[in-house]
Ligand binder design. Structure first.
Ligand code: KIV
Length: 260
């Protein structure tokens, strides 16, 4: 079974792979292929139909994390703390503890840099493994007026480096670098002793993560530049669906073998 130690040992040796999943069915399919499965709050957008990740709550995140843990038992499972579930230390610890008590997740993830370092340290001191997330933080997209790439100017670069170091100091076992200019993500990756997991942050992060419905062509409303589609899922599924409909209408389904 993959642990946070397995993942940390891969830094500088082998690329770390990760994908999201939100239920037992896909948890089982992805299990053991990737080093870790993130039950991301991207669930809110990709499957909940919301415009951003803000609507989803901690109860829903725990429900979906529980389901993924039922399907997967080899890859490390990381559960995402939802927007508004870690506003202060007491609330953050309470909700992080819920993940460990109510699910089999090996770690949790939350967004924020130096401003959140103290809260993150307190969670880790309770015995909960934490993955950081800096750069483009979807939970801040509404207040920032959109999804903004980070590391484009000196101030942003300095802030990102400070954030990465503060999280490492706080004790996170890895950090997601999202939407960061490649050269800056490279510098951060070289500067840290813990692994970086990139999404839209170039090829030199220690690992990569993608949202499964983006990577396999099921979420087609828009395709960010960093997404590579490994499958045209929606198209293939619709062809299969049409074949089923045609069979029913033409009375080819069910056959005698498919009947009792
Ligand atoms: O919610 C999510 O899926 C994420 C990844 C994009 C890193 O945070």
């Amino acid at each position: 079974m993959t642990t946070i130690n397995t993942i940390q040992k891969k830094k500088g040796i082998e690329k770390i792979t990760a994908i999201t999943a939100y239920d037992a069915l896909f948890g089982r399919i992805f299990d053991s292929y990737v080093d870790f499965i993130l039950v991301g709050d991207s669930l809110s957008q990709s499957f909940g139909g919301h415009k951003d990740t803000l609507a989803i709550g901690i109860d829903e995140m725990i429900y979906h994390t529980k389901a993924v843990c039922k399907g997967a038992n080899q890859s490390l499972i990381v559960g995402d703390m939802s927007f508004g579930s870690y506003q202060n230390e007491t609330m953050a610890i309470k909700n992080a503890v819920r993940f460990y008590k109510e699910t089999q997740a090996g770690a949790i993830k939350l967004e924020g840099g130096s401003a959140r370092a103290k809260i993150i340290q307190s969670i880790i001191q309770e015995g909960i493994a934490v993955m950081g997330h800096i750069g483009l933080m979807p939970q801040f997209a509404r207040s920032e007026g959109g999804y903004k790439i980070k590391g484009k100017d000196d101030q942003s670069i300095t802030q990102l480096k400070e954030d990465a170091l503060a999280l490492q100091e706080a004790g996170v076992f890895a950090i997601v670098l999202e939407g960061i200019k490649s050269e800056v993500a490279t510098e951060i990756t070289q500067m840290l002793t813990i692994p970086t997991i990139g999404i839209g942050s170039g090829a030199n992060c220690d690992g990569q993560i993608l949202v499964w419905s983006d990577a396999f062509g099921f979420f087609t409303e828009f395709k960010p530049k960093f997404v590579r589609r490994y499958l045209e899922g929606e198209q293939i599924l619709k062809q299969a669906l049409q074949a089923y409909i045609d069979d029913v209408k033409a009375q080819r389904f069910p056959s005698q073998e498919e009947s009792y």
